[in-house]
Design a protein around this ligand. Structure first.
Ligand SMILES: NC(=O)c1ccc[n+]([C@@H]2O[C@H](COP(=O)([O-])OP(=O)(O)OC[C@H]3O[C@@H](n4cnc5c(N)ncnc54)[C@H](O)[C@@H]3O)[C@@H](O)[C@H]2O)c1
Length: 442
């Protein structure tokens, strides 16, 4: 008689690999905001069963109802995925016990001192650790300082007694989405991923390549963390440079926009960046300070970041001074004047007002005694200090002493606005094709 063939049990990595490839792995995304929700739906579209987890019960209820609150995710896609049993949302973290992969995309803001606020990441990872089990792939996507995954997240997950690279797998993968970008979105932006061990990296690569077009594996979690900080720091510093040049050009009576356009005709070695009223959003004004914080701990002062942060922080003041001077030149003190802002979102054609320089300018103008109103098709209401403001009709420009173009949404009819307004301070070069003595450019 032949002895029965005894098969060695499959490793946790092999089981997970097979599930990912067969798209039977149960996918979880913790944090259903600008990053997490599009990611969750991308995996649902690829055929996975996806569970979204968020602390905010109101968001969970809206999603399960089929209502998207993220501009780049359509409610019709959400309904389609819910109906196909490929997406559901919950506030109950115990579902993690049954998941194979968990992506974490929770906020990473700054404290008032400009130090990283890791409380959201810590709290999300604690909940994941509570329901940790063998065979899971955990990927942190929140932008953070280099070392976070290794030094902060790994010890929390290892409390389970499981061994990374053998029993469970841990990666960092920076999210690069650009909300409102019609060309690049979650699926077609190359995805960088680095794991704690080579097996972690390989499983991370395999996982993303099921739903996204191009995956870029790197050798460690720290490299992956640093990639995101390089990208955002590069942007922040170049915007800082061009903002400083804008202030220089203003003093010298040179049109900075024309200078940039002409410089951009150089086919190599130059990349155009544009000045504006300041930085906004949850990334560029914040992420570089995660790097400078970590760098300080390593004994290196991040001088470029601090300098660019200072210059960019001056821009709302610079623009408000322009408004004040333009009004003065027309014999109107800013105190008591009516200033109407066009656009309050931090950039064109999106609804996000986080860190928006328009809000700083509104506060500064208010402090100077101006009456401040705004129009923004994406932001119907706005909380400014202890006041609730409502978006007014664009026709209010005609009644304002000064119109301030803070965000150049494409829905505005600039020719008509110019026609009906007495004075326009254009902080975005939205009126580049118009010539009029009514226009004051940045
Ligand atoms: N918004 C962007 O354009 C963008 C782009 C690239 C990277 N990022 C980074 O991605 C991360 C997330 O940013 P976002 O813009 O999606 O934030 P967001 O505020 O839109 O969404 C975060 C979500 O996480 C939820 N949340 C907070 N703590 C939680 C917890 N402990 N458990 C479960 N859910 C929790 C919140 O309720 C919220 O719904 C940040 O680190 C950010 O820097 C953002």
């Amino acid at each position: 008689m032949q002895a029965a063939l005894k098969l060695a049990p499959m490793s946790a990595a092999e089981v997970l690999r097979q599930r990912i490839e067969a798209r039977t792995a149960r996918v979880g995304v913790v944090g259903l905001g600008y990053v997490g929700l599009p990611l969750a739906l991308e995996f649902a579209k690829a055929g996975f069963s996806v569970t979204g987890i968020d602390l905010q019960e109101e968001k969970v209820a809206r999603l399960n109802w089929g209502e998207s609150y993220i501009q780049d995710v359509s409610s019709s896609l959400l309904v389609e995925m819910i109906d196909a049993d490929r997406f559901s949302a919950t506030s109950d973290f115990s579902v993690i016990a049954d998941l194979d992969t968990i992506n974490i995309a929770v906020p990473t803001p700054l404290r008032k001192t400009k130090d990283p606020d890791m409380s959201y990441v810590v709290s999300a990872c604690q909940r994941v650790a509570e329901f940790m089990g063998p065979g899971k792939l955990v990927i942190l996507e929140s932008t953070t300082y280099p070392g976070t995954t290794d030094e902060l997240v790994l010890p929390m997950l290892e409390q389970s007694g499981l061994q990374v690279g053998e029993d469970f797998f841990l990666c960092f993968s920076p999210e690069r989405i650009d909300p409102g970008n019609p060309k690049y979105h979650t699926r077609n932006i190359p995805k960088v991923v680095g794991g704690i061990t080579p097996t972690c990296t390989e499983l991370g690569r395999l996982f993303y390549s099921q739903a996204l077009e191009h995956v870029v594996p790197v050798s460690s979690t720290s490299v992956a963390e640093m990639v995101k900080l390089l990208e955002n720091t590069f942007r922040m510093i170049n915007i800082g440079l061009v903002n400083e040049l804008a202030m220089m050009c203003d003093r010298m009576g040179i049109n900075i926009w024309e200078v940039i356009d002409a410089a951009a005709t150089k086919p190599f070695g130059f990349m155009p960046f544009y000045p504006g009223p300041g930085l906004g959003g949850h990334c560029i004004p914040i992420d570089p300070f995660y790097l400078s914080w970590k760098s300080k701990q390593a004994g290196i002062e991040a001088r470029f970041i601090e300098l660019a942060g200072y210059i960019n922080g001056q821009m709302p003041h610079f623009v408000v001074d322009k408004v004040q001077n333009a009004l003065n030149d027309r014999g109107k003190p800013v105190k008591g004047s009516h200033v109407h802002l066009l656009g309050v979102a931090y950039k064109r054609d999106i609804d996000d007002v986080r860190e928006s320089p328009a809000l700083d300018m509104m506060v500064l103008l208010d402090r100077k005694g101006a009456r401040v109103t705004y129009s923004d098709p994406f932001v119907p209401t706005l909380r400014l200090g202890d006041r609730d403001l409502h978006s007014d009709a664009v026709s209010l420009c005609a009644k304002a002493d000064c119109v301030l173009i803070a965000t150049d949404h494409s829905a505005f009819d600039y020719a008509e606005i110019l026609n009906g307004s007495q004075l326009i301070v254009d902080a975005r070069n939205a009126l580049r094709d118009q010539a009029s003595t009514k226009i004051v450019r940045l």
